[in-house]
Design a protein around this ligand. Structure first.
Ligand code: SF4
Ligand code: SF4
Length: 182
């Protein structure tokens, strides 16, 4: 066997416990300060890569992390009822999207995205996690084996085995069908 060796990859996760979040917004403050230029020169939650959806009368506080940019907003919106509380779909959405002011650089309107506080030297935990005194945010890091990629010679050997069993014509037909489905 000549398969390429798989390379481990690091998966970083922030686990959010919405029941523990009290809406204090300390996570927004430290995130915006650490991304200010120069660093820590100012705070402005509009620059934060985490925003807290706050509905105090409904006891709803949801920290949401900035994810991908999207040019178009959703045409329809769902609602979720969890534990007797009703949440708008946007409350969980990470997109930098035209429908709201979150996750856009205030001066330029450029989209913002959480970078997990990547820095050199590496932080033990992202700053928002460190500043959340309510323990609503928990950082987890794990290493996963990436799926091994088959080496070209292994693919050739696999195709030859299939051809020996079914004939090259049928293998070519099957590959052609697969290519069309893509
Ligand atoms: S710092 Fe923690 S408790 Fe405060 S708003 Fe952010 S996630 Fe919620
Ligand atoms: S992990 Fe870092 S960049 Fe991401 S929201 Fe938290 S403080 Fe901001």
């Amino acid at each position: 066997m000549t398969s390429e060796k798989s390379k481990p990859k690091t998966i970083k996760t922030i686990k959010i416990n919405v029941d523990k979040c009290n809406g204090c917004r300390a996570c927004e403050v430290i995130c915006s300060a650490s991304h200010a230029s120069p660093r820590y020169s100012s705070t402005n939650p509009a620059r934060a890569r985490v925003r807290v959806i706050r509905e105090p009368l409904a006891d709803i506080y949801i920290p949401v992390y900035a994810g991908e940019y999207t040019a178009a907003e959703c045409a329809g919106r769902d609602k979720y009822v969890i534990g007797g509380k009703e949440y708008a779909e946007c409350a969980f959405c990470r997109a930098s999207c035209p429908s709201r002011d979150f996750f856009k650089e205030p001066d330029s309107d450029l989209p913002l995205k959480c970078d997990m506080c990547e820095s050199d030297p590496t932080l033990k935990e992202p700053l928002c996690v460190q500043w959340c005194l309510a323990d609503a945010l928990t950082f987890e890091e794990r290493t996963e084996e990436a799926a091994p990629q088959a080496a070209p010679e292994d693919v050739d050997a696999g195709l030859e085995a299939l051809a020996n069993k079914h004939g090259w014509a049928r293998v070519r037909d099957a590959l052609g069908r697969l290519a069309q489905e893509d």
